[in-house]
Ligand binder design. Structure first.
Ligand code: HEM
Length: 152
């Protein structure tokens, strides 16, 4: 149990903290400093390094989360905040899967073809979805940690 909760929260820190940094710090800085022919390849190189960590984080969040629920005796007698965390977590994962298999795939293709307008379009979609996932991630953390004191 202690290992499960530690891996769960560490994975959440890597995923949500990484999204926060990318969206709130690196994105505006890259827009300010770099033109599209440099900015778009930078994002492909960044995602190439960050997304494997997200796959690992998601796997660990799911394994540790359902392991803890199994140890609590199943879904039947869980407090509401864990159901909400589960639902929001699955929604975040669906959004990530969409980013990975749709706009990210097209962004890579556009960048290797040096098609900057198309790359910019795909990057804008990723930015919007990562923005939504950052908010959902912060909200999920707030509910996961504060929820037990508010709703039972
Ligand atoms: C998607 C499936 C998920 C499942 C099944 C799940 C399940 C759980 C369970 C059973 C706990 C232990 C609760 C307790 O000890 O009372 C927990 C803790 C926690 N979860 Fe999740 N979780 C999921 C996703 C997420 C996501 C996506 C986040 C954040 C973005 C998150 C953040 C947390 C945090 C911060 C804690 C620690 C709460 C505390 O001990 O104060 N979880 N989770």
């Amino acid at each position: 149990m202690s290992l499960a909760i530690a891996l769960h929260v560490l994975s959440v820190v890597v995923w949500v903290g990484g999204m926060f940094f990318a969206h709130q710090a690196l994105r505006p800085a890259a827009v300010e400093v770099l033109e599209p022919p440099l900015r778009l390849p930078l994002w492909v190189a960044t995602f190439k390094r960050f997304f494997p960590w997200v796959w690992l984080a998601i796997s660990l969040i799911l394994i540790s989360g359902y392991w803890m629920i199994f140890k609590f005796g199943g879904f039947g007698n869980l407090p509401l905040y864990i159901h909400i965390m589960n639902g929001l977590g699955l929604l975040m994962m669906a959004i990530y899967l969409h980013v990975f298999f749709a706009p990210y795939k097209r962004l890579k293709k556009a960048v290797s073809a040096e098609n900057w307008p198309e790359g910019g379009k795909q990057l804008a979609k990723i930015r919007m979805m990562v923005g939504i996932n950052t908010i959902l991630g912060l909200l999920t953390i707030a509910i996961a940690t504060g929820g037990r004191y508010l709703i039972h």
